[in-house]
Design a protein around this ligand. Structure first.
Ligand code: GTP
Ligand code: MG
Length: 309
């Protein structure tokens, strides 16, 4: 009885309407002060760059986009990178690729820790910039000799990692927690290229409750905002439904015939998360499931499906 009550979804109160003007303070419940400044700085610098590279999380390809950032960068040429594709479901990656293709957007699914991904990104970026230069004669560019990219996106999508990989050195600070980068930083790659790292910015508005849960699961929102219970339960259900083999293997599931409570009991048993009277230690189970998933130890899972598929 007690466990059932514990697992009941708590509703998270989100304001219905929030401002999307970067010069106003949006009423989103996780929008620290540095993000407001980051938006202003992005607006101020976008005129200096040839290309905006937007880094999203391949497990939530649309929900890790950001209308607030779109407004800040205006009509600047853009390349969307669906990063951490190695943690997303390969079949869904293909479905999503078709979806982006049909919209005529410049995009790539990548794992920015791999050199082959970076090569693809650089080739594509340069071809977008050169096509634009041909169109405009380079009149809109501050420096015709150099490539300048601005790297933007939600927190923790891998912006700084991407920059370090391209620069081939640890120029920008990286951590598996949202909000690591708090100020802009130019990173010189070579005589030909400069990259601008920017702090992750949250959208001013998240329309659905699921979006907050998904962004928590991929660690774009810190755990204290949504709590661990809802994201962890959502994740366990999704891994069970998808029958992800690495998840079953890690927690020694012998069948897929589990509801959320029996699944939690099994995880608690295998990982020794037991309280007095043999009850599962829910908090510890929630934390370890989220942690394992974020480390890629529970297999590949995409949380969001393309619209109309
Ligand atoms: N598996 C995998 N992990 C990645 C990839 N790219 C980045 N990461 C990890 O994601 C975490 C966040 O990376 P950061 O580069 O700090 O992310 P960020 O977008 O700069 O984050 P903020 O500065 O907080 O906005 C780190 O633990 C990286 O190692 C990838 O392609 N695959
Ligand atoms: Mg960063």
């Amino acid at each position: 009885m007690k466990e059932k009550k514990h697992l009941k979804n708590k509703s998270v109160v989100l304001p219905k309407k929030v401002a999307i003007d970067p010069d106003e303070t949006p009423a989103f419940n996780w929008f620290p002060g540095h993000m407001m400044k980051a938006l202003r700085d992005i607006k101020a610098k976008v005129g200096m760059v040839d290309l905006v590279v937007e880094i999203r999380d391949a497990r939530v390809p649309l929900t890790s986009g950001n209308a607030t950032l779109d407004a800040a960068i205006g009509g600047k040429s853009r390349l969307t990178l669906l990063n951490k594709a190695n943690l997303a479901d390969p079949e869904l990656n293909e479905q999503w690729a078709k979806w982006f293709e049909a919209r005529g957007e410049h995009f790539l699914f990548i794992n920015c820790l791999e050199r082959s991904s970076l090569k693809q990104v650089l080739t594509k970026s340069k071809s977008i910039i050169e096509a634009k230069r041909k169109q405009t004669g380079g009149a809109d560019l501050a420096d015709k000799e150099k490539y300048r990219f601005m790297v933007i996106g939600l927190p923790n999508t891998g912006k700084s990692t991407f920059i370090n990989s391209v620069a081939n050195r640890n120029a920008a600070k990286v951590a598996n927690k949202p909000g690591q980068t708090q100020v802009q930083q130019w990173v010189k790659v070579d005589e030909e290229m400069d990259l601008l790292d920017t702090p992750g910015v949250m959208p001013a508005q998240l329309e659905k409750e699921d979006y907050k849960i998904w962004l928590s699961i991929v660690n774009a929102i810190p755990d204290h905002v949504v709590g661990e219970e809802m994201p962890a339960c959502y994740l366990i259900n999704a891994l069970l439904k998808k029958k992800v083999p690495e998840f079953a293997e890690r927690f020694k599931f012998e069948s897929w015939d589990h509801d959320i409570e029996s699944a939690i009991a099994q995880i608690a048993k295998v990982r020794g998360c037991i309280k007095q009277k043999g009850l599962p230690d829910y908090e510890r189970v929630f934390k370890l499931v989220l942690m394992d998933f974020r480390e890629g130890l529970l297999g590949r899972l995409t949380l969001e499906s393309p619209p109309n598929i």
